[in-house]
Design a protein around this ligand. Sequence first.
Ligand SMILES: *[C@@H]1O[C@H](CO)[C@@H](O)[C@H](O)[C@H]1NC(C)=O
Ligand SMILES: *[C@@H]1O[C@H](CO)[C@@H](O)[C@H](O)[C@H]1NC(C)=O
Ligand SMILES: CC(=O)N[C@H]1CO[C@H](CO)[C@@H](O)[C@@H]1O
Ligand SMILES: [Zn+2]
Length: 539
Amino acid sequence: MSLKILVCGDVSGKLDALYGRVKRLQSKGNNFELLLCVGEFFGGKDEDQVLWKEYLEGRKKSPISTFILGPNDETTESYFDDSADDGAELCENITHLGKKGIFTGTSGLKIAYVSGTQSTGTSTKTSFSDDDIRGLASQLGVGGSEYHGVDILMTSSWPNGVSAFGNSPSSEKCKSCGSAAIAELAKSSKPRYHFAGLEGVNYERVPYRNHTVLAEPSRHVTRFIALSSVGNPNKEKYLYAFSITPMSLMTQQELNSQPPEATESPYTTGNQTKNIPVLVSGQVAEQYRWNMDTTRAPKRKSQNNPNQPERKHARPQDWSCWFCLGGDKVEKHLVASVGELCYVAMAKGGLTSDHALILPIAHHSSSNELPDDTRVEVLKYMEALRTAYKSVGRECVFFERNYRTDHMQIQVVPLPPGVTSSQVKESFVNLGTSNTDRHGNPNPIDFVELPQRTDLKQIIGRGIPFFHVELPDGTRLVHKIQRYFPLQFGREALCSAPLLNSPKRIDWRSCALSCDQETDLTKKFRKFFKKFDFSLDEE
Ligand SMILES: *[C@@H]1O[C@H](CO)[C@@H](O)[C@H](O)[C@H]1NC(C)=O
Ligand SMILES: *[C@@H]1O[C@H](CO)[C@@H](O)[C@H](O)[C@H]1NC(C)=O
Ligand SMILES: CC(=O)N[C@H]1CO[C@H](CO)[C@@H](O)[C@@H]1O
Ligand SMILES: [Zn+2]
């Protein structure tokens, strides 16, 4: 049973604007269960007081049951009278939740909440103390064997450090804003959704895990969403609509399914940066060449020579990244070829048995951010792979999605013999045209064709998300990602009938193989690619 919920950032007294918006959504047939407001609900100005009086006296009415936090500073304390700590119904359909607590809806949805900002000492009407947070944690029963998490955590303040390992918030100040105690609470209480306000910034972090991969059984992920304020001048999102089934009604499997883009928890304990040697890319490559084929002596004598000056572009590895070749998580058995600065791996759940990836060894987010030497090697691998597939009568497509990923991957997918570039183009363009957003509204993905010899960087600025595809005839199409972009888009286009004709393979998870099968594919691929693999050349 799924419930539709609305969450709003700071209302700051703009009740008419908020409820006007809610009524329009309701009039389109959306039946929302409740509206949760984080941050500051009331405004400090005289006119805000006047408007509120209309609601208090019943001349205006809230069209939805609304649950609010507050106060967060002195200017709005007076609205709450004696309810600041324990909460109260302020008027019909507007309820103040109070300073902190747990609220369970009739539907079984469990919501924990904390209002205010972090106090430097004892708690006040507008701030919470460490004791408040500990009190809430024990009320929830966190740490106990029966505790599995809450559906929603509402806090006015951001948790400090939430963007670590994730996408960056648009505002620089939000990389360090927020409360350490809220971060601690988010970590221990493991909400499925965590909402915050007060910063006037919309930030939707990619989901993060609440378990250590391989070392612990999987748990549900957390989605942290910060909302901007009602009527903000930048038109940033302040109202978030979503559907949720209370966790108490879900199977373990449903609850714990992991979105492919999930990251490490931003609140991991221990000092992640400690004991991590800074490696030089060439050294990592050498290590891997050893691991892959221990019968072969290393050939690049110069690299083992301690007198050799270090490479110019020494880049640290990110130990938590799945694709950093020097990191802890890279799946070694999928690695097929290792060059100086790039490597080739088999795609997990590939579209074909020889669907490969080209990746930089060091942590670079996209082909737009690569240093020149790395870019040159990427092109070398592209050419080598193109030639290899051609030798068996197949053309290939390269595509890259620089969105919700922070380590560049170029996907290389060989096509069945006879498929033409115009068929491939048509498939990508048609799928783009018919794209809809999460709510089913048209949201076409439009492509621009890159002129020959034009660098992607000239069209798409650094740091801007994009989707790029290169057809067999060298035509390159690029889409600048502005809003929601379907993560499986490239796979879906290639799975269409004239191309691979394999609609069941769109989701990589449905193509997942066992580790043994993957090892086998990698071996076969290495054998196939050997003749074309320049990384194996004797110097
Ligand atoms: C109060 O909220 C409920 C449930 O969200 C809604 O059905 C009802 O119409 C609201 N009351 C008013 C006066 O709009
Ligand atoms: C983590 O380690 C680094 C380097 O040793 C140090 O500078 C930093 O202060 C440490 N951070 C914490 C939270 O201990
Ligand atoms: C409470 C809890 O188990 N938190 C864990 C969430 O996941 C990270 C790993 O990503 C662990 O380090 C935390 O301890
Ligand atoms: Zn990486």
